[in-house]
Design a protein around this ligand. Structure first.
Ligand SMILES: [Zn+2]
Length: 435
């Protein structure tokens, strides 16, 4: 099966300018990118862009909790700990594997129609998340959120059980159909005791597994690490062994100082910026502009739909690109093209997905189709397209989302997924857990 994108603008996060030309997809991969002057090759399917369509890599949502779509709207405008303790944790306690599966499938609809081709998910009952991703054909990096808690009735520790579950998820799903990777998911420094965090990091390093966790989302975590754990916050990653893990993904890092990078080696670390969730929860603004000068991975995520409240990576791009210019009073900071790279390639790399997130010969055809034949794209060309995409465009411009060369969303339709049925089941799940 081959698909030809004829006369389109091709843009990814590592191109200085867009290229107008043709793109051939074969057997799930980008086979070739041709100049406009070259004769387009024959193909089974042709998408004629007529010079008014762009092809971009699909977005990688590098930090979310997909099934939290079922908790959207709960505890609006409350502070983080109050929100978690009063509105989120009691409802999560009622969620079954079935609810999480239903919520995730519904979240996948939202993600596909807003151009996401891969999402990194931390939650529980993750077998259902893996199953939902495989059924939809979307890529997913998954981990079990690991937290400590009261002793279990049989005398075992909650976190020990969760770690065992996370390891069996790795055995069962890692690498499955090329769509899934699995990480260990210690929730945060304040929910995972220090000795357990060290043990989890050692396990990850020994077995070659990545780690995905929340780090310094809220300012008081700095005091917690200093006073309760008796560590300088800047030493936490080294002391726990997290820096020795093959890939460590830190969600938020709002309160991590970029100067720490000068005394700590962070090349295997990726920070996931979640601007909308951080703003909505009043957690502050991470200094992205300063991080862009450091040797560290930088990706973009939405966080859960109950703190965003969207799963729309395009909205996240626009917010990230605007936020730091405003707070830094610097219109030259956080360039659109860097934001596009964060929203695509950097997230894929962070979670062990090779050859994804850029438009290169031989790379996987995880692509989105963007309709430029609209008033807000008048004047877009090869040189300014990134700016048009990030500042003028929105996910409403997406006409198609493909993973492995296969359309998962096209012109309002989800081939292979029954939208009405998925929404009906998600509504039932919502009603069952929120009453
Ligand atoms: Zn989160």
């Amino acid at each position: 099966m081959t698909t030809l994108f004829k006369d389109v603008f091709i843009l990814d996060g590592e191109r200085k300018r867009a290229q107008r030309g043709h793109l051939l997809v074969s057997k799930g991969r980008i086979q070739s990118v041709l100049e406009l002057s070259e004769t387009p090759p024959a193909a089974d399917k042709i998408v004629d862009g007529r010079g008014h369509t762009a092809v971009l890599p699909g977005f990688v949502n590098a930090h979310t909790h997909a099934a939290m779509v079922l908790l959207r709207g709960l505890g609006e405008e409350a502070p983080l700990m109050e929100w978690l303790q009063k509105n989120i944790w009691p409802v999560e306690a009622k969620m079954t594997a079935e609810h999480i599966y239903r919520g995730t499938v519904s979240a996948i609809l939202e993600m596909l129609e807003t151009g996401t081709t891969c999402f990194a998910d931390m939650y529980f009952e993750m077998d259902g998340v893996a199953q939902a991703a495989l059924e939809a054909g979307i890529r997913c990096a998954l981990c079990r959120g690991l937290v400590d808690g009261p002793l279990q009735p049989d005398g075992t520790r909650k976190i020990d059980r969760a770690v065992a579950e996370n390891l069996s998820l790795f055995e069962k799903w890692h690498g499955r159909e090329g769509l899934l990777t699995v990480q260990l998911g210690p929730h945060a420094p304040y929910t995972v005791p220090l000795p357990d965090m060290k043990r989890i990091a050692a396990l990850a390093a020994e077995r070659g597994i990545g780690i995905h966790f929340h780090f310094l989302e809220v300012e008081w975590e700095l005091g917690y690490i200093r006073d309760e754990l008796k560590l300088r916050p800047e030493d936490y990653l080294r002391e726990t062994g997290i820096l020795g893990v093959p890939g460590a993904v830190l969600a938020h890092a709002v309160w991590m100082d970029p100067e720490w990078a000068d005394e700590t080696d962070l090349p295997r670390v990726t920070i996931v910026h979640n601007p909308c969730s951080n703003m909505k929860l009043g957690n502050g603004v991470m200094p992205l502009d300063a991080w862009l000068d450091k040797n560290v991975g930088l990706a973009l995520g939405t966080d859960g739909a109950s703190s965003n409240n969207r799963l729309d990576m395009w909205g996240e791009m626009r917010s990230a690109a605007l936020l730091h210019k405003g707070t830094g009073r610097n219109p030259t900071s956080t360039p659109a093209i860097d934001i596009l790279r964060m929203a695509t390639f950097e997230g894929a790399r962070a979670f062990g997905f090779a050859n994804k997130g850029l438009i290169r010969d031989g790379w996987m055809a995880d692509l989105i189709l963007v309709d430029l034949d609209q008033p807000h794209y008048i004047g877009a060309d090869e040189d300014n397209l990134a700016g048009y995409i990030v500042y003028a465009g929105s996910s409403a411009d997406i006409r198609g989302t493909m993973v492995n060369g296969k359309w998962l969303y096209r012109d309002g339709v989800f081939p292979g997924l029954n939208k009405e049925e998925i929404m009906r089941k998600a509504r039932e799940a919502r009603n069952a857990i929120v009453s």
